[in-house]
Design a protein around this ligand. Structure first.
Ligand code: NAD
Length: 488
């Protein structure tokens, strides 16, 4: 089995503007830390305001360059090639992703990197299948729509699924003919830095894809959000950051697409198949250390099966192996960094103070001396009013609560300002439809979780987002549409 030290790989991360990496002057770099070892693994060049402006100007210029005249088929074949190159470099990218995030290498390989390639392959196919909307109005007039690229798109990304979420934005952006200024999260800059090289290798013209590194406030994130020549912002991250970006984008009326936080209910009715529930609930609770926006961190279990669920769920959670992301046997890696580790541990403390019972976990694993590791943690005994039930923890911590009937659990599920995802477990078909229709969430799974089809709408309601991604929903964001009316 490869050891942590032999597999870890890192690269220094430069800004990529107009098809070239920019050499930093090294007064403006920050350290990149491996969360599994706490070691500094490289440096990242923080883009200055002038560099962000250069990136935006090069993206603006590229809209009118050769890219403008690429046929749909040519764009499609470049997008497909990027996906192919990701697959050709799948292991290297997975090592970089696991090193940057602390997540298990096996998960980075299967979920982050292979699905990133799939994002490009999907939109390469999708864009060639599009037609235009048209209406013949009683032979009086013919109306048809013409789409064009929205322009320069700022892409601001989180650290939990760095390449996957970035490519989920970049693929439809390229399909539309728009151009991009991308900013990865400051904590996970490496795969985005490799991606721009692969884009160049695939034949993306200079200036179409630009990459700037840095932080949010008073750094690259803010410089993109307020830049007058950025036409649209697509952002995935915390709800509170979304409000700041929206304010910054307001004076220049940018189009926005926001994928924000969640506090997703996982509702388990007594008639469901408990063993299947447990298998999937382990994933929906602790996959990627619980650092997936769709994780079901509020688990509501109908009273007749509550004790049985708890007994089995706790036993299986105790079997999860926390540790070295590069060990094949690892189920749960390190959380993203020191600040986040402290935040999650604080919530565990709050759970105790609020009267919660920690059934398993609640601490760092004793066998990991270094690194930001947290044991998968199950809390019971809390009420709907508890902070751990209401606030997004975004770590390996779930709260389990009993309920009696359908009406009660729907009320609990909707008692949040979030509305991203939900899972319902039942073998009663009518109940599944009935409950799904009443849950205020953008994505609802019945008897499964995280099963995705890239054509379906992805996103949240309430404070979990604005707009949807996926298939047509993504594509339309990156386009402007004009209607043409011809009198017949
Ligand atoms: P974050 O909001 O702290 O940061 C996300 C990005 O925004 C980073 O690149 C950061 O540098 C940038 N940023 C921060 N402040 C900014 C500012 N003032 N102006 C411009 N940019 C700014 O989020 P995070 O901690 O990286 O990610 C975790 C959050 O993301 C969780 O809330 C999670 O639920 C959410 N998320 C949502 C989805 C979804 O699809 N809805 C997917 C993944 C993650």
């Amino acid at each position: 089995m490869p050891s942590l030290s032999s597999k870890v790989k890192s690269i220094n991360c430069r800004n990529f503007i107009n098809g070239e990496f920019i050499e930093p002057n090294h007064t403006n770099t920050f350290e990149n830390v491996n969360p599994a070892t706490e070691e500094v693994i490289g440096w990242v060049a923080e883009a200055t305001k002038e560099e962000v402006d250069l990136a935006v100007q090069s993206a603006k210029k590229a809209l009118k360059g050769p890219w403008k005249n690429f046929t749909v088929k040519e764009r499609s074949s470049i997008i497909r090639k990027i996906g192919d190159l990701i697959l050709e470099n799948v292991e290297e990218l997975a090592v970089l992703e696991a090193t940057d995030t602390g997540k298990p290498y096996s998960l980075a390989l299967e979920m982050d990197i292979k699905r990133s390639a799939h994002n490009f392959h999907f939109f390469a196919d999708y864009v060639t299948s599009l037609g235009n909307e048209s209406y013949n109005q009683d032979n009086i007039a013919l109306h048809y729509s013409v789409t064009r690229p929205v322009g320069v798109v700022g892409m601001i990304n989180p650290w939990n699924l760095p390449l996957l979420l970035l490519t989920w934005k970049l693929a439809p952006c390229l399909a539309s003919g728009s151009t991009a200024v991308m900013k990865p999260a400051e904590l996970t800059p490496m795969t985005a830095t490799r991606l721009v090289e692969l884009c160049k290798e695939a034949g993306v013209p200079d200036g179409v894809v630009n990459l700037v590194h840095g932080f949010g406030s008073n750094s690259a994130g803010a410089f993109i959000s307020e830049h007058p020549d950025v036409d649209a912002i697509t952002f995935t991250g915390e709800t509170s950051t979304g409000t700041v970006i929206m304010k910054a984008a307001a004076p220049t009326l940018k189009k926005v697409s926001f994928e924000l936080g969640g506090k997703n209910p996982n509702i388990i009715f007594a008639d469901s198949d408990i063993d299947e529930v447990i298998d999937t609930t382990l994933k929906s609770s602790f996959m990627n250390q619980g650092e997936v926006c769709l994780c079901g961190s509020r688990i509501y279990v109908q009273r007749p099966v509550y004790d049985q669920f708890i007994e089995k769920f706790v036993a299986r959670t105790k079997q999860l192996r926390v540790g070295d992301p590069f060990e094949d046997s690892t189920d749960v890696g390190a959380v993203i960094g020191k600040e986040h580790y402290e935040k999650v541990m604080k919530y565990i403390q709050i759970a105790k103070e609020e009267g919660g019972n920690i059934l398993t976990g609640g601490d760092r694993p004793s066998h990991m001396e270094k690194g930001y590791f947290i044991e998968p943690t199950i809390v019971t005994g809390l009420t709907q009013q508890s902070r751990c039930v209401r606030e997004e923890i975004f770590g390996p911590v779930v709260v389990v609560m009993p309920f009696d009937d359908e009406e009660e659990v729907i009320e609990y599920a909707n008692d949040t300002h979030y509305g991203l995802g939900a899972t319902i477990w039942t073998n009663d078909l009518r109940r599944a439809h009935r409950v799904a229709a009443q849950i205020e969430a953008g994505m609802i799974w019945v008897n499964t979780w995280y099963l995705r089809d890239l054509r379906t709408p992805f996103g949240g309601m309430k404070h979990s987002g604005i707009g949807r991604e996926g298939g047509t929903h993504s594509f339309e964001f990156y386009c402007e549409v004009s209607n043409v009316t011809i009198k017949l």
